[in-house]
Design a protein around this ligand. Structure first.
Ligand code: NI
Length: 252
């Protein structure tokens, strides 16, 4: 059985959420952790997680929300976390410089405030870092007692090892199946003990469904690739990555 440790589930992307959950189970994905990372999707994700036993969630403001997120929003976030028994972490939070650096200070400020909240509530974090490795590491180092997941990791072996030393797991998703990706080197070097699996659905569908709308049900394609890279059985990949996810997010 697999756990999809990071995906997004919204009516905007999926007409029939009951069907998504059923298809996941048919494909051995028995638990998923959905992420709400805008004001609207946080509310929607809480509703969905409340409805399904096997759906957990992380909530937190994505760096793309830095310009519009207020302190009142963050106070509400704290309340939403305290009020929901299904919240297992804060995220995705972090830094994204892909579309420019105009709001870099706002992004860092929002990131630090949410790291402080994670510290206060003793929760792991799910980190989104795009074209911002150095600054991400700098902020994470300010919070040495926090652990988490480097979601959709696509960096070098060296960078992965820095995160691992700080207590983070490396989130491996569909990119590992892409022909032009060097992620296999990272998987090979860091091994199963440091990996958790994710789909980041509805984005980044793995080969052979690359380009389609992604879904947690495609998780076995990612696991198969990891097993192939590490020359181990699919059962071993499922068992160890599931254990890693259960212990990181303290899943029941
Ligand atoms: Ni995501």
């Amino acid at each position: 059985m697999y756990i999809d440790t990071h995906c997004h589930l919204s009516k905007e992307d999926y007409d029939d959420i009951d069907l998504v959950i059923k298809e996941n189970i048919d494909n051995k994905v028995d638990r998923i952790i959905i992420s709400g990372c805008t004001k609207e999707t946080i509310v929607e994700s809480i509703d969905i997680a409340n409805k399904y036993n096997n759906v957990f969630l992380t909530i937190g403001y994505h760096p793309s929300e830095a310009r519009i997120t207020t302190d009142a929003d963050l106070e509400l976030l704290e309340k939403q976390i305290r009020d929901s028994s299904k919240v297992v972490g804060i995220g995705e939070i972090g830094l994204d410089y892909h579309y420019g650096k105009e709001d870099i200070e706002l992004q860092k400020d929002l990131f630090r405030k949410q790291m402080k909240l994670a510290e206060k509530l003793h929760l792991p974090v799910v980190i989104h870092s795009r074209d911002a490795t150095e600054d991400t590491i700098e902020v994470l180092k300010e919070f040495p007692q926090i652990v988490g997941d480097i979601h959709c990791f696509s960096g070098s072996v060296e960078t992965a090892n820095i995160y691992i030393k700080m207590g983070y797991k490396i989130g491996i998703g569909g990119v590992v199946t892409f022909k032009n990706s060097n992620l296999y080197r990272v998987v090979e070097k860091i091994g199963l003990d440091n990996i958790i699996l994710e789909t980041d659905a509805p984005y980044l569908a793995p080969v052979p469904v690359r380009g389609k709308k992604n879904s947690s049900k495609y998780m076995p394609y990612i696991a198969e690739k990891v097993a192939e890279i590490l020359n181990c059985s699919l059962e071993e990949v499922a068992k160890i990555t599931t254990n890693n996810a259960v212990s990181l997010f303290d899943l029941k």
